[in-house]
Design a protein around this ligand. Structure first.
Ligand code: EPU
Length: 438
């Protein structure tokens, strides 16, 4: 696909699209298959680049992957897992952060693992200290090398007690993927409990793991010596669903998102309603629409689940440029997730960003020089512009802005959006958007 899109905006998005499995679950479930001693089957898998990257990484490690992309089915056979060559891993990992999650499963299967320097969206420092601490606590030896990190567990891995300083999604997944086959008991305090993590726990339970989740963010795991394969249908992508919902609002549109599910989106839906967006839930999806009248400004703080997801923030901010009054958004998950607003300002939005914790309780980024609050003054018409996609969610937000803006915008670097939005140009066509490829 060309990396350039000319978007002729200013018209509402109307129609129906389908979202499939969650990017931030599917990649982890694929990694979990390594832990089994027989094949696994994953369903509802979207055709996104992150799935292709993890497929490549699994194949490098000897996992046989058979895909039926249209049907959304992956068969993962881990029987012949082996070490991969460093240069190959590096070449395949690309912009993904998933390689870090291979560590626990590979240490169990092979006694060693290697991960290259990690990519991922540039929305903050995104360190891996929690991950490495966890692996060390299980008894892994961690050696930093020029090209990445080598890990060894010559004597196997043993259960441990850990408290996370922040409920990190990736670190919680790291712990789960490592503890299920470690010897003895593991206890994690301060765990993340995102729906994608609970679905990963469901997968691991199907494989034979013993995992309990308490109400106080404590997860307890009793290690087992062998795990089987699994058959599982991935939960729906609530970030993609919310992105299209925000696009419907910003363009005065009406979009039925087939596959969107309410329980994982209740916090988003409350906010959507407060802003003045309307929605109707049925058994197959959710209709999101602009019911007419003015949109309302809100005060919003991102947080870990069950709070308002950080990944919902960027698309919704575009809709907030069309709300009447002053909206305040406090980003508490990533220290640097407002850079994308610069392009919106270039398109006519009035957005000011601040180092202070605005509109909510002080967070860990306060007094630390991180620009992590934004004030959006609306409603302001948006005008077409030339835009460079900065990261996955910021890029989709720019696309929404281009769709809402009158005139023809030029959007560069759209291949970044393919990482997490399945066939998004086909979906734009289905919603009546006017665009052409450069
Ligand atoms: N953190 C550390 N040390 C660590 C790990 C995390 O300080 O070792 C910090 C991060 O810097 C960040 C916070 O903890 O400030 C939360 O990061 P978390 O570990 O929860 O994020 P992640 O696992 O790297 C996943 C998703 C992100 C999503 C976050 C939060 C995947 C592949 N990525 O990232 O998704 O924003 O959880 O829900 O699952 C996206 O889809 O566009 C995306 C960025």
């Amino acid at each position: 696909m060309s990396s350039l899109l000319y978007v002729n905006g200013g018209a509402p998005l109307n129609g129906e699209i389908t979202v499939r499995g969650a990017k931030n679950f599917v990649s982890k479930a694929m990694v979990a298959a390594i832990l089994g001693d027989e094949p696994s089957v994953l369903r509802n898998v979207p055709q996104i680049r992150d799935v292709a990257v993890v497929t490549g990484l699994l194949e490098l490690h000897g996992v046989h992957v058979q895909a039926e992309p249209e049907a959304g089915i992956l068969r993962l056979d881990p029987v012949n897992v082996e070490s991969a060559h460093v240069a190959d891993i590096d070449a395949h990992a690309g912009s993904s952060r998933i390689p870090i999650l291979f560590c626990g499963p590979l240490l169990h299967r092979l006694g060693e693992a290697f991960i290259p320097d990690l990519g991922g969206c540039r929305i903050g420092d995104r360190p891996i200290n929690f991950h490495l601490d966890i692996l060390r606590r299980f008894g892994a030896v961690v050696e930093k090398r020029e090209q990445g990190i080598a890990l060894y567990a010559p004597n196997g891995l043993r259960g441990t007690k850990i408290a996370l300083p922040y409920p990190s999604v990736g670190a919680t997944e790291q712990l789960l993927l490592t503890a299920v086959r470690a010897e003895g008991l593991t206890e994690l305090k301060g765990a993340a409990v995102e729906p994608e993590i609970l679905d990963l726990i469901a997968v691991l339970q199907k494989m034979g793991a013993l995992i309990s989740v308490d109400t106080d963010r404590t997860i307890r795991i009793e290690g087992v010596s062998r795990l089987s394969g699994y058959q599982h249908t991935a939960l729906s992508d609530r970030i993609e669903a919310a992105s299209w919902a925000s696009a419907a609002l910003a363009t005065h549109g009406d979009v039925y998102v087939r596959g969107a599910t309410q329980p994982e989106m209740t916090t988003f839906l409350n906010t959507y309603r407060k802003v003045g967006g309307a929605f109707e839930v049925d058994d197959d999806g959710i209709r999101f629409y602009h019911p007419g009248g003015d949109l309302r400004a809100i005060v919003l703080e991102t947080d870990v689940h069950p709070g308002f997801m950080t990944d919902w923030q960027q698309p919704l901010v575009v809709a907030l440029t069309q709300a009447k009054g002053l909206s305040i958004v406090h980003e508490t998950v990533y220290e640097n997730r407002f850079e994308f607003t610069e392009a919106l300002v270039g398109m006519g939005a009035t957005i000011q960003v601040y180092r202070e914790c605005l509109g909510g309780a002080p967070c860990r980024f306060g007094q630390r020089n991180f620009v992590h609050s934004a004030v959006i003054s609306g409603a302001t018409p948006l005008s077409a512009a030339e835009i460079e996609v900065p990261d996955l969610r910021g890029g989709f937000s720019h696309l929404i802005a281009a769709l809402a803006a009158k005139g023809t915008s030029t959007v560069h670097g759209i291949e970044l959006i393919d990482r997490g939005y399945e066939r998004f140009t086909d979906k734009l066509t289905a919603l009546g958007a006017e665009f052409s490829r450069g």
